[in-house]
Design a protein around this ligand. Structure first.
Ligand code: PLP
Length: 394
């Protein structure tokens, strides 16, 4: 299952960080390797997965939608039903237990849309840890309600006021804080990105999604699915679904990136489809960058997908052709959002709607005996305001 060697997935991943960070990351990596196979740690994580997050999340057969499409059977992995409404809490729960083992009392995190910030603030409240969340000033305005949520949970949100004032600058700021305060501070990264060992750790904690889905689809269908489909921002919900099926070569993986207003408008965040290999935030992967290696602004209707980089394991899956990466526009995602709401009584997150939109296209092209599992990474409650504004101004 593991494709990692010395922190690299093929040529991708690694650590491109200042020397001080190297030592800090080594300490985290050592503890992670100690914990991940330790039965006491596993039992504690499983306890909170079950009793706090509400795992296992169901695998749900979308019967009406399947009938309407007339093709492959669509199953939804219901990460939207987790406490706090998305898959992100799987990762923050794993990492906060690790931070506890490391004896850290102060947690820092970055957040773009605010979803990872909320998931971090939630576990910090649960385990009585100080919580500092760096957020681009631009994002604090767009996501004011999530800022308030974090504050309700006891976190301190620090607006980052330089550069584009979005996620990229928030990550830079969090890394600076870590270098200065590493003795008592743990950096909680929110996706399968960053320097080694973060991509591996985040994969590990999110792989509960694929592990459960595998068991559940076998219970329903007595066989493995033909396709797994998930939205790709940084790549954590997708790698969590895919990686437990890595050796099942007949199961095809499809990662769906945001094409925004259209790939040729430049307003998108389709990193694997349109980017080139480069280094960002301390690791090598595909990056949306200009000819000088500077990251380009990323855009999507769903704030949780607009990151100009992507997890290194996905770059490796792409190069080795283990997964295929495609893109879906804002408009297609919005249509899928509306369709699932009306047909199945489930309002999906706009991020997840990208995966769903592609699955709906694919289902129509497939025969009825094919099986598709879509990761419904989050619920759409956070998006109803935005969708309201979009529909009202049409
Ligand atoms: C953050 C988020 C994503 C994108 O992040 P990944 O790390 O690629 O999973 C997707 N869906 C939802 C609901 C999110 O909150």
């Amino acid at each position: 299952m593991s494709n990692i060697k010395n922190g690299f997935y093929g040529e991708f991943g690694g650590r491109y960080v200042p020397e001080q960070l190297n030592k800090i990351l080594d300490e985290v990596k050592q503890e992670f390797y100690k914990c991940k196979n330790n039965s006491e740690f596993i039992n504690e994580l499983n306890y909170y997965f079950k009793n706090f997050i509400g795992r296992p999340s169901p695998l749900y057969f979308a019967q009406r939608l399947t009938q309407k499409l007339g093709g492959a059977k669509l199953y939804l992995k219901r990460e939207d039903l987790n406490h706090t409404g998305a898959h992100k809490i799987n990762n923050t729960m794993g990492q906060v237990l690790l931070a506890k083992k490391l004896g850290k009392k102060r947690i820092i995190a970055e957040t773009g849309a605010g979803q990872h910030g909320v998931a971090t603030a939630t576990v910090c409240s649960l385990f009585d840890m100080e919580c500092i969340v760096y957020m681009g000033e631009e994002d604090t305005k767009r996501q004011a309600l999530n800022v308030f949520r974090m504050e309700l949970l006891g976190a301190k949100v620090i607006p980052v006021k330089h550069g584009m004032r979005t996620l990229k600058e928030a990550v830079d700021e969090a890394l600076n804080d870590l270098i200065q305060n590493y003795k008592d501070t743990y950096y909680m990264l929110g996706s399968a990105v960053g320097p080694d060992p973060y991509p591996e750790m985040v994969n590990h904690f999110q792989s509960i999604i694929g592990t459960e889905a595998k068991k559940q689809i076998i219970e329903f269908e007595n066989r493995l699915p033909d396709y797994l489909i998930a939205a790709v921002g940084g790549g954590s919900n997708s790698i969590g679904l895919f990686s437990p099926f890595y050796n099942d070569k007949n199961v095809k993986f499809i990662g769906v990136e945001p094409a925004g207003k259209g790939i040729n408008t430049g307003m998108h965040a389709a990193t694997l489809c349109e980017g080139t290999p480069g280094i960002l935030h301390g690791f090598k992967s595909y990056v949306l960058q200009n000819e000088y290696g500077e990251p380009l602004p990323a855009y999507s209707i769903s704030a949780g997908l607009d990151y100009p980089g992507v997890g290194p394991e996905h770059a490796f899956y792409k190069e080795t052709k283990r997964a295929k990466y495609v893109s879906i526009t804002d408009k297609e995602a919005l249509n899928a959002f509306l369709e699932l709401s009306r047909t199945e009584g489930i309002i999906p997150a706009l991020e997840s709607s990208h995966a769903l939109a592609y699955a709906m296209k694919l289902s129509k092209e497939c025969s009825k005996d094919k099986l598709i599992v879509v990761n419904l990474s989050g619920r759409g409650d956070k998006d109803v305001n935005e969708v309201y504004e979009i529909l009202k101004n049409k």
